[in-house]
Design a protein around this ligand. Structure first.
Ligand code: SAH
Length: 351
């Protein structure tokens, strides 16, 4: 699909016409990654963070949130639970903080690899090269770091950096992760104040160039304890600003599937947050092939408030598992067992 056609679809509003896009995304998904839906259990191991991201509710400046760091035993209990449901992957996610020590993570990775058959995905932000290397050597399989937006001017304005950080250029980090041998995931938020249609178009083709294996695309959801959620945003004219809607998120997901073809695409929790009834299913019918159910202990989950109104704050264990199985059945797909790696798909990386 050519850039002008992608732009045309991004601007298309007619539901009937959009059926053509959904169908093309669904066919591409079936042809390149099949009918399996891979389940990744996510554990949000800490909400401590030193960064000041203007979009994220757990940024360091938010004093109105209780901070937590899970113990190794709590993490291992979650890991065992994820394995007991037959999932192939655990995702360990957190804010960025010196409390999350590189050696401590390395030991956890080794334990997971020794005691279970799970693949390990890390989503721990912009960590040092030496740490990323250590974790790969310790057995980590994948790393997830979203570029949030490929527009560097916009990214810098919502993601302040300080000289104490080794690096903050997420595209550079993604290349390093790929070189280091990680199966690498990235993605963006849709509808960041100041983000244009052209930015989204550029991002979709950038995804293809980067050659990452997974892309998570969710709507930007304003959080009242962040500057992007608090301040009146005087930015673009309405016609240029990409809306942070459910429909726009489906369009970007579908187009990403059509352009990048054989990658993994999760139906994001942020999408299910704006449509808790059918968001996940519609995501799966419009290009996605992965779900990431939450296995953070209930007592911590409310504090991992990257955006407000997150779903499933109360649900855990068997209830979550049954709900996911029902949803997969309802879209007439199968559960994928094993690691569900995009590296094993027909071709390498984005084609
Ligand atoms: N510290 C890690 C994990 C952050 S949370 C990192 O920076 O990679 C994981 C993802 O949540 C982010 O990459 C971002 O895409 C998403 N997120 C954060 N705040 C959000 C918001 N207000 N609305 C929607 N998604 C958000």
């Amino acid at each position: 699909m050519q850039p002008d056609e992608v732009m045309h679809w991004l601007k298309e509003e007619d539901e009937q016409t959009l059926e053509v896009l959904w169908k093309k995304a669904d066919e591409t998904r079936r042809e390149y990654v099949g009918n399996d839906i891979h389940l990744r259990g996510i554990i949000e191991i800490s909400n401590y963070c030193v960064r000041l991201c203007h979009y994220c509710g757990i940024n360091a400046a938010n004093k109105n949130i209780k901070r937590y760091l899970m113990t190794v035993e709590e993490i291992m209990n979650g890991v065992k639970e994820i394995e007991s449901y037959g999932y192939g992957t655990v995702v360990l996610q957190a804010g960025e903080d010196a409390r999350i020590k590189a050696d401590w993570i390395a030991e956890i990775i080794k334990r997971i690899k020794n005691e279970t058959s799970l693949s390990v995905t890390l989503s721990l932000g912009e960590r040092k090269k030496s740490e990323l290397e250590l974790w790969k050597k310790s057995g980590a399989d994948r790393y997830l770091l979203k570029i949030e937006t490929g527009n560097q001017r916009l990214f810098k304005s919502i993601h302040p950096t300080a000289s104490k950080f080794e690096w903050s250029n997420r595209i550079q980090i993604l290349f390093f992760l790929l070189e280091t041998g990680y199966e690498t995931g990235s993605g963006i938020m849709v509808g960041i104040p100041g983000q244009t249609y052209n930015d989204i178009l550029t991002d979709i083709f950038l995804f293809k160039k980067l050659g990452v294996h997974m892309l998570g695309i969710g709507p930007f959801l304003p959080h009242p304890e962040t500057s992007l959620g608090k301040e009146f945003f005087e930015g673009l004219e309405d016609k240029d600003q990409v809306p942070n809607t459910e429909l726009m998120t489906y369009k970007v997901n579908a187009l990403t599937r059509i352009i990048c073809k054989n990658i993994n695409i999760p139906t994001t929790t942020a999408l299910a947050t704006i449509n808790s009834k059918t968001g996940r299913e519609l995501g799966l019918k419009r290009g996605a092939n992965v779900i990431m159910p939450n296995f953070t202990p209930i007592k911590y989950r409310q504090f991992y408030e990257i955006y407000p109104g997150r779903i499933c704050l109360e649900e855990f264990g068997t209830k979550v598992n049954n709900m996911i199985h029902e949803r997969i059945k309802s879209v007439d797909r199968e559960i994928g067992y094993g690691p569900g790696s995009a590296i094993q798909n027909k071709a390498q990386k984005c084609i």
